[in-house]
Every structure is written in structure tokens, then in C-alpha cells.
Design a protein around this ligand. Structure first.
Ligand code: C2E
Ligand code: MG
Ligand code: MG
Length: 272
């Protein structure tokens, strides 16, 4: 492990000023057709030695120091500007999902920050989804209900990330007006052998549909997983089968060159 004389929090602030962060986009795919419906915005740190640093290496500390507020805001603004352009150029129905940290979610200026991001980029609210984890919503349930309601009034959908790993509280699902459930990738296992995984996933999809929520499966890596998720009537998904998180240029190429269809075999497309 490389030792640095300057503490991480100082290097992070400097990286933001020096434009070393970049937003990568992972395709969110309509499972029945392979069409790219949108993308999840995922932050990367392009270190000045050229290496790419993944969020797990700096998000936890950014949370602790409060730097995450600036970082999340930067990602939100960048993703909104980008999708306003792609929406006009390629598909007006494209949407972008942006992760919000727990501190950003409960920040008093959250609604202003989101409103400004939409206004400055001219991205329609319907093209933005915000992802939060269950733990972020559990800090203060009354406050959470208020924030979700106000975001909903602005036309912004809220997605519950990593579903199944936390409390998976059914009363919360009922109480908060989420738009989407994202099934954590730890459940997207080997469906052919592990009966338990497939039962859990089918149950989550059925529950979500009964509550009129969209479902997204994370971490789809194999055709077998795709086939199972389609049969379970899961509408949207993301994973390495379709593409890893990629630079803006690469994502645009996928929209342009592949006609907005993720890498999905012809056989899979036809059998949909
Ligand atoms: P997440 O929001 O649950 O994002 C999904 C993670 O799963 C991403 O990791 C993605 O690259 C990875 N993934 C997607 N498909 C596959 C697959 O098929 N196989 C495998 N093994 N992994 C897959 P990533 O980009 O390293 O991000 C990790 C976490 O860091 C994210 O989890 C999110 O919690 C956080 N994060 C990323 N960007 C941001 C950001 O801008 N703001 C905040 N607050 N958190 C962020
Ligand atoms: Mg996410
Ligand atoms: Mg997740």
C-alpha cells in the first residue's frame, strides 16, 4: 500500500480543485430488450499518476469528514449536465441515477441543491433518480418522509439502493414513497444451484410489483442470471454482462454505435 505524507482528506479537497474526479456511467438496461434505459453515475478518482481509484477507497472517509457533501453535489451537477445533453441528442426518455450519501440526503440544503442542478442543466426532473440506502433513510423517519415527499413533488424518483442487505423494513417500504427498489448484487448469485437466492429474488420482485415499485437488479454478470431475472419479471438491471461503469465518451459510444442497446447477444434479444 502506498504511504502518503498528506492526509487523505487534504488530498481529496485538492483533487476536487484540480479536476481529478470523474463520473463514470454504468448502463441501466431494460432486461426484456437490452435497450439502455439510463445509467447509474459512479464516481472515480483519476489520480495524477494515471491510476483510477474506486469509491470504496475514499467515500467512507469523505462521509466522516463531511467532504462527501461537496463530492455528491459535484457528481449531481456533472451527471445532470451530461444527461441533459444526451437526452436531447439520443433519447428523451434516458434517465440518470445519482447516489446520495446519508449526510447529503439529510442535509438542510438538499432540495435547493437538487433544484439548482436541474435548473442549471435544464434536465427534466423526470430524468433524474436519486439513490439512497436504507440506513440513510432510517436516521429520522419523520424527516425522511418529508424529504421524499418534497422530492416527489418536484417530480424526482427515489430509489432504495442495496435492498436486502439492511433491515429491509416492510413498514418503511409502505411508509415512504420510493419509486424503485434495487436488489443488492449479493442476491444475484448462481440461480441454477442456489434455490434460496432465486426464491428471495422472486419474492422481492413480487413484493415490489405489489407495492407498484420498479425493480432493478444489480450485478448481472451471466446470461443465466439474465434469463432468470427476465422470467421473474424484473424489468431493469445493471451489471458487467451489459457493461461496467464507463467514461462519458464510452457511454456515449454505446448510445450511438450500438443504437442504445447494451451488449446482449442476438439470441437473448430475440428470445425476449
Ligand atoms: P452502489 O451504488 O450500490 O453501486 C453499484 C456498485 O456495484 C458499483 O461499484 C458498480 O461498479 C458495482 N457493480 C455493478 N455491476 C456489477 C457486476 O456485475 N459485478 C460486480 N462485481 N460489481 C458490479 P462502485 O462504482 O465501486 O461503487 C461502490 C459504491 O460506492 C456504490 O455502490 C455507492 O454506494 C458508492 N458510490 C459510488 N459513487 C458515488 C457517489 O457519487 N456518491 C456517493 N455518495 N456514493 C457513491
Ligand atoms: Mg447506487
Ligand atoms: Mg447498490
Amino acid at each position: 500500500m502506498i504511504r502518503h505524507s498528506i492526509p487523505l482528506h487534504q488530498r481529496l479537497s485538492r483533487a476536487l480543485v484540480h479536476d481529478e474526479f470523474e463520473v463514470n456511467y454504468q448502463p441501466l438496461v431494460e432486461l426484456a430488450t437490452g435497450r439502455i434505459a439510463g445509467a447509474e453515475a459512479l464516481i472515480r478518482w483519476r489520480h495524477n499518476d494515471g491510476s483510477l481509484i474506486f469509491p470504496d477507497a475514499f467515500i467512507p472517509q469523505s462521509e466522516q469528514t463531511g467532504f462527501i457533501i461537496k463530492l455528491d453535489q459535484w457528481v449531481l451537477n456533472t451527471a445532470c449536465v451530461q444527461f441533459a445533453q444526451w437526452g436531447k441528442e439520443y433519447d428523451p426518455n434516458l434517465f440518470v441515477a445519482v447516489n446520495l450519501s446519508a449526510s447529503q440526503f439529510s442535509h438542510p440544503l438538499l432540495l435547493n441543491v437538487v433544484r439548482d442542478a436541474l435548473k442549471n442543466s435544464m434536465l427534466p426532473a423526470s430524468a433524474l433518480e436519486l439513490e439512497v440506502t436504507e440506513s440513510a433513510t432510517m436516521r429520522d423517519p419523520n424527516e425522511t418522509a418529508g424529504i421524499i415527499k418534497q422530492l416527489g413533488d418536484m417530480g424526482i424518483a427515489l430509489s432504495l439502493d442495496d435492498f436486502g442487505t439492511g433491515f429491509s423494513s416492510l413498514s418503511y417500504l409502505h411508509r415512504f414513497a420510493f419509486h424503485t427498489l434495487k436488489i443488492d448484487r449479493s442476491f444475484i448469485g448462481d440461480f441454477s444451484n442456489k434455490k434460496r437466492d432465486s426464491t428471495i429474488v422472486s419474492a422481492i420482485v413480487a413484493l415490489a410489483h405489489a407495492l407498484e415499485l420498479e425493480v432493478v437488479a444489480e450485478g448481472i454478470e451471466t446470461e443465466e442470471q439474465l434469463t432468470f431475472l427476465r422470467s421473474a419479471k424484473c424489468k431493469l438491471g445493471q451489471g458487467w454482462l451489459f457493461g461496467k461503469a464507463m467514461s462519458a465518451q464510452e457511454f456515449e459510444k454505446a448510445l450511438k454505435v450500438d443504437g442504445g442497446y447494451a451488449h446482449i447477444t442476438e439470441k437473448q434479444r430475440i428470445s425476449a
